[in-house]
Design a protein around this ligand. Structure first.
Ligand SMILES: Cc1ncc(COP(=O)(O)O)c(C=O)c1O
Length: 428
């Protein structure tokens, strides 16, 4: 029976035992962190090859470039080939950047603010009344932080099980010229873990925005990060756009990185776009840098020479991560099924589980967890301007903690969820 359907006397007695359990937990002095999606130390061990792949006498790339020196703005051809094979994007549409795809996204928006998008319209900073982005929610806090910092107004759009609510996206982009972009994490989305359906990808490619410089930020951060061998399949947005024409291809800015394949913060990131957009990016980036870190690119391609090698690596990651996601799923299910106190996502990959507690309870759960020694991502982080209008969404990052600590942390979390839910029902 759900808490909402339980009589208040029973609820009050359940709350009393939950409080004594909570006090017992608190007395243990736990310090457990469920906040950021970081690989655990065992995962990092899988990539140590990258640390030793080069020495003074083997720093020459396939086409004879000494990677210890300046040169090659847009990335080593063999690294473009690697990403091309892995993500099914022509190598000529790829620029290999530095250590972070988020950095490439930020730079792409700053370029649009300062210089415009391939000369299609005014630079965004000169648009009277400012520009706007659509933000599927819940979404990735750092995407929203970029918009907030740069003064781009964010419009939330509901996230469904197969991607953003496309009826709303189509209506808004076709009627408002100041809407210049949308954030997308199309596979194993952060935080819900869902993958966009074929229909959603096709509808993105077929968008007819009022703004001629509208950009789809296709952040495929979890492109190969499947937990199970029968993982989600994402349709190629570039293939769909090519069927429609150059205007469609020009909307797409595609990002990926090896952050959660090798070393976060010390991996290799790419941006992929239409030929016309790639030329525009290169023209501007050529002033910003003489070239990105080719030694790191070479190290990566020496350890992972082709897509098959990357896929093997991802199977090793999955072997470590699967039990962690299953711990989360099993404890949430064991403790909360039938209570009506929460619903949660069941991702087949990526780094997060999205948890919706009862409306108005997320802050209370966050505080109870904090006082019991479990850190959760800030409430509201998954929404534009850090504001969750229903105060219900929490993001769980299960990857970093050891399995024992994760078991403890999720059990504490469920205890706090039950307390907050019963308190709410008793007040109703
Ligand atoms: C959706 C998404 N995009 C980008 C990033 C960061 O990527 P990078 O390390 O390549 O900057 C993350 C990291 O959590 C992420 O979840």
């Amino acid at each position: 029976m759900t808490y909402e359907n339980t009589d208040k006397k029973t609820l009050a007695s359940q709350l009393k035992s939950l409080w004594s359990e909570y006090e017992r937990i608190k007395s243990k002095g736990y310090k457990l962190d469920l906040t950021r999606g970081k690989p655990c130390p065992e995962q990092l061990e899988l990539s140590n090859c990258v640390l030793t792949a080069l020495s003074g006498d083997n720093c020459i790339s396939k086409d004879g470039v000494d990677c210890r020196n300046y040169g090659v703005l847009d990335g080593l051809p063999e690294v473009k080939e690697l990403f091309s094979e892995l993500l099914d994007i022509p190598a000529e549409n790829i620029i290999v950047g530095g250590n972070s795809s988020l950095n490439l996204m930020y730079d792409t928006i700053v370029r649009a603010m300062l210089f415009g998008v391939s000369g299609r319209e005014l630079p965004w900073s000169r648009v009277e009344g400012g520009v706007k982005f659509l933000c599927p929610t819940p979404g990735y806090d750092r995407h929203f932080a970029i918009c907030e910092t740069l003064g781009i107004k964010m419009i939330p759009v509901a996230m469904k099980d197969d991607g953003p609510d496309m009826d709303t996206v189509e209506d808004l982009v076709s009627s408002d010229e100041s809407i210049k972009g949308i954030w997308c994490v199309p596979k194993h989305s952060n935080p819900t873990g869902i993958t966009y359906s074929d229909d959603v990808v096709r509808r993105f490619a077929a968008l007819r925005p009022k703004a001629k410089d509208f950009c789809i930020f296709w952040d495929n951060a979890y492109a190969v990060h499947d937990l199970y061998s029968d993982g989600d399949k994402l349709l190629s947005i570039f293939d769909e756009a090519a069927k429609i024409g150059p205007e469609s291809e020009n909307m797409i800015y595609y990002f990926a990185s090896t952050s959660k394949i090798t070393f976060p913060g010390a991996g290799v990131a790419i941006i992929a776009a239409s030929k016309e957009n790639i030329a525009d990016i290169k023209r501007i980036v050529a002033v910003q840098t003489i070239g990105y870190d080719k030694l790191n690119q070479l190290r990566h391609v020496r350890c992972f020479p082709n897509a098959a090698a990357v896929r093997r690596q991802m199977e090793l990651h999955a072997k470590i991560l699967r039990p962690k996601f299953e711990i989360v799923k099993n404890i949430l299910s064991r403790e909360l099924d039938g209570t009506g106190a929460a619903v949660w996502s069941n991702p087949k990959g990526g780094y997060f589980v999205s948890l919706d507690v009862m409306s108005g309870c997320a802050t209370r759960v966050y505080e109870l967890c904090r006082d019991a020694g479990v850190r959760l991502t800030d409430v509201g982080a998954t929404f534009p301007y850090s504001h969750d209008p229903l105060d219900k969404n929490l993001r769980i990052a299960p990857t970093y903690l050891s399995n024992d600590d994760l078991t403890t942390a999720i059990y504490i979390l469920t205890t706090c969820i039950k307390i907050a839910a019963i308190e709410k029902c008793l007040k109703a």
